[in-house]
Design a protein around this ligand. Structure first.
Ligand code: F3S
Length: 425
């Protein structure tokens, strides 16, 4: 057992030198440090706070946030929010009732009082100015963003909970254990992929399979780089490499609890983190088919689709452009939501892509997603998606039945209102 060392300044915050709100935050961070045997706290550059939807927080969560704000708690580093349960600007038009919308807006206001920016997105790394550099320590709570930041960008964060990420923002530090340390970033499992990966959904299916097998482990993909174009220097626009990696990370984190993965010859720490394991002749996990994942994430009884959901994690500009391109001169029979960051939506408006999608009858929805929105209240019972994370979570979190397939299949379902199976290569 390591004793957690605090600096004089940290001890003073814990003793209440800056008031009860900061003391409460320091107490959370220090308690976690003691539970996880951290030797010290590490300064963080940013915090990404989840647990924003009123659907999950309820009145008790809202009152807790108000109390913390009343106590004078304020973020001392850049801090921003995961999606909430609706789009702020158009909740009435999208069918959300006022008795959900009003407390939801109050939640965001409580965060705003604490100095947290309402980005309301799970993909902060797609927002200009918020991409962390390699080696930077963070306190991020959204599991898909954690996987991307650790694995693709080489930043360092544990999977924080919503309250612990907020506490870390308030004190500017988090407990230094797990993925903050070199030893926590070593690969634990080698994975060999022996089937082709064509569509974005295939990366989600792969993540679903591997996540279940490795749980909290750190997978090292020995041969995945062949299915990935080079990563652009600027990841904020998305594109095939970025979108595939964010989808893979989200699925690994949802079906398992993966916070970091390595890809040989591709991700920044693969050479250091995987070589020993690879040379030690560890028994690899072989993935030679994705069929089991497609079967597990498809409810075969669903034929009529109430909502098609694209954008989990939140859609990049490149994904929005793809949807717009498909929908030129088409009209939709069923609801389509492309969920994305408000800021990304504004960029897509400037390109004319939102107008194309909405002219076809779809909606490019900011601030929320189909997992954290109260779908039952909106009368949605069945959903089609190309996102493995949505397919994993929506049945239990939103009470809907799900079809999972390629972007093309999902958009065809939006045009016809029906799911149709198409053979995969
Ligand atoms: Fe983001 Fe919602 Fe998916 S928060 S990762 S779009 S479940």
């Amino acid at each position: 057992m390591t004793a957690l060392r605090l600096t004089d300044e940290e001890q003073a915050l814990l003793n209440g030198a800056e008031g009860p709100g900061v003391q409460r935050a320091m107490d959370i961070v220090v308690t976690l440090g003691r539970i996880y045997d951290a030797a010290e706290l590490v300064p963080i550059a940013s915090a990404h706070i989840s647990g924003v939807s009123y659907k999950n927080l309820g009145q008790a969560g809202l009152e807790f946030l108000h109390r913390w704000a009343e106590e004078g708690a304020r973020a001392r580093v850049d801090a921003w929010l995961n999606p909430m349960g609706m789009e702020a600007a158009r909740w009435r038009e999208l069918g959300f009732p006022a008795d959900f919308a009003e407390p939801q807006l109050a939640v965001v206001e409580a965060f705003r009082r604490m100095g947290v920016t309402p980005t309301l997105s799970c993909t902060p790394y797609l927002l200009p100015g918020r991409v962390p550099p390699r080696g930077q320590h963070l306190a991020w709570a959204e599991s898909s963003a954690v996987a991307f930041a650790n694995s693709v960008l080489g930043a360092r964060t544990n999977r924080e909970g919503g309250p612990s990420a907020l506490a870390a923002a308030i004190v500017g530090r988090t407990a230094g254990y797990g993925y903050h340390l070199d030893e926590g970033r070593q690969a634990t499992h080698v994975v060999e992929v022996r089937c082709p990966l064509h569509d974005l959904a295939d990366f989600g299916a792969l993540g679903q399979i591997v996540g279940q097998k490795v749980g909290h482990g750190v997978p090292y993909f020995a041969d995945l780089a062949q299915w990935l174009p080079p990563l652009p220097r600027d990841v904020t626009g998305g594109g095939q490499a970025v979108d595939r990696l964010k989808t893979l990370g989200a699925a690994l984190a949802a079906s398992g609890a993966v916070a970091l993965f390595h890809i040989a010859g591709y991700t920044p720490e693969a050479a250091d983190a995987g070589a020993a394991l690879w040379q030690a002749d560890a028994q690899p996990i072989i993935v030679d088919s994705l069929e089991a994942a497609y079967a597990a994430m498809n409810d075969a009884s669903v034929l009529e689709i109430d909502l098609v959901s694209i954008g989990c994690p939140h859609a990049s500009l490149a994904e929005i452009a793809q949807v717009a391109d498909f929908l030129r001169r088409r009209q939709l029979r069923t609801r389509l939501w492309v969920t994305t960051a408000r800021q990304t939506r504004e960029q897509a408006v400037a390109e004319g892509w939102v107008q194309l999608i909405e002219a076809a009858g779809g909606r490019v929805v900011g601030d929320t997603c189909t997992v954290v929105a109260p779908l039952k209240i909106l009368g949605i019972r069945s959903l089609a998606t190309n996102a493995a994370k949505t397919a994993c979570y929506a049945p239990s979190h939103s009470g809907v039945r799900v079809r999972f397939g390629s972007l093309q299949q999902c958009l065809e379902a939006a045009v016809t209102g029906q799911w149709s199976e198409t053979p995969r290569d």
